[in-house]
Design a protein around this ligand. Structure first.
Ligand code: RB5
Length: 148
């Protein structure tokens, strides 16, 4: 289960914490930066992970900016990416079970480390429920094709 993670400066501190916890739990995680807290532009880092998820090199993505919103907007431009801003575990669970999301976006200025970690864990552990939700994902794919 390969996970890619990236942040901008506003998510840097939270990213460091999440990377450490993922490694401690034995997850296969690749860090795409940033590696210091100097101001950067979140699209430059969001696109690195979203691109890799889009082509299937990564199964999961974790993107962190100030709110999670900017990263979510960037990531959802990529084919077959379903990125969801989940600053709490309840949303993380539904993003997986209903939306089959493959990237979780977090806000380093919004959520604390414990809560963010709980959201990541729930996200990685919750399966897609399929059924009627599968049909809806199919409709998203159709729209994606029309807009390509
Ligand atoms: C950076 O100041 C901030 O705008 C960015 O991290 C993010 O919150 C954008 O969505």
């Amino acid at each position: 289960m390969k996970i890619g993670i990236a942040s901008d400066h506003a998510g840097f501190k939270l990213k460091k914490e999440i990377v450490a916890r993922l490694k401690k739990e034995g997850y296969d995680v690749k860090d795409f930066g940033v590696f210091q807290s100097k101001r950067v532009d979140y699209p430059d880092y969001g696109e690195k992970v979203a691109q890799e998820v889009s082509v299937g090199h990564l199964q999961w993505g974790i993107l962190i900016c100030g709110t999670g919103i900017g990263m979510g907007i960037v990531a959802n431009k990529f084919k077959d990416v379903r990125a969801a801003v989940c600053n709490d575990p309840c949303l993380a669970k539904i993003a997986r079970s209903h939306n089959d999301a493959n990237i979780i976006c977090l806000g380093g200025r919004i959520t604390g480390e414990e809560y963010a970690w709980e959201s990541v864990k729930v996200f990685l552990e919750t399966p897609f429920s399929g059924g009627r939700h599968y049909r809806r994902i199919g409709k998203i794919r159709k729209i994606e094709k029309i807009c390509a």
